[in-house]
Design a protein around this ligand. Sequence first.
Ligand code: FES
Length: 146
Amino acid sequence: MTDKIDAFVAELQEQIFAETREAFGEAGFERWRNPLYRGPLADADAHARVKGECGDTMEIFLKFDNDRVCDAAFRTDGCGSSTVCGSFAAEMALGKTPDEITDITGEAILEKIGRFPEDDQHCAFLAAATVQEALGQYMKKTLQKH
Ligand code: FES
C-alpha cells in the first residue's frame, strides 16, 4: 500500500516538475526549485513592499556599499511565478548603481528568465515596481543626508 502511494506521489511530482519546466524554461525551473536571494535582509538600506492588483505582496530589500547594491533579497506571499520573478529581480539589482537599477523593468525580468507563462507576466511587473520603489526609498534617504 505504502509503495503504491510512494509511486503515486513520485509520479505526481515528476508531472509537476515537467509542467513547471515547460512553463518557465530551464533557468526559471531551477529558480522555482531553489529560489535564491530570499529575504528578509536585516540591515537593508532600502526596503519596499508593494501589493499587486492580484492581491499578492512583493518585498525587495537592498543594501548599498559605495552607491552600488552589495546585497539584495526579496520576499513574497505570492505564487511560484512571483517567487521566480522576485528572485531574479533581486539578482539583477546586485552590483548595480541607482542609475542602472532603473533599467530593471518587467520586460527586463521576463527577458532574463527567458520563458514565462503568459498569464503570470504581471508578477514580473510587480517585482520590477517593487525594485523601483526600494530605489526610491534609497534615493530619498541619500538626499536627506545631504
Ligand atoms: Fe500575484 Fe504573481 S504576483 S499572481
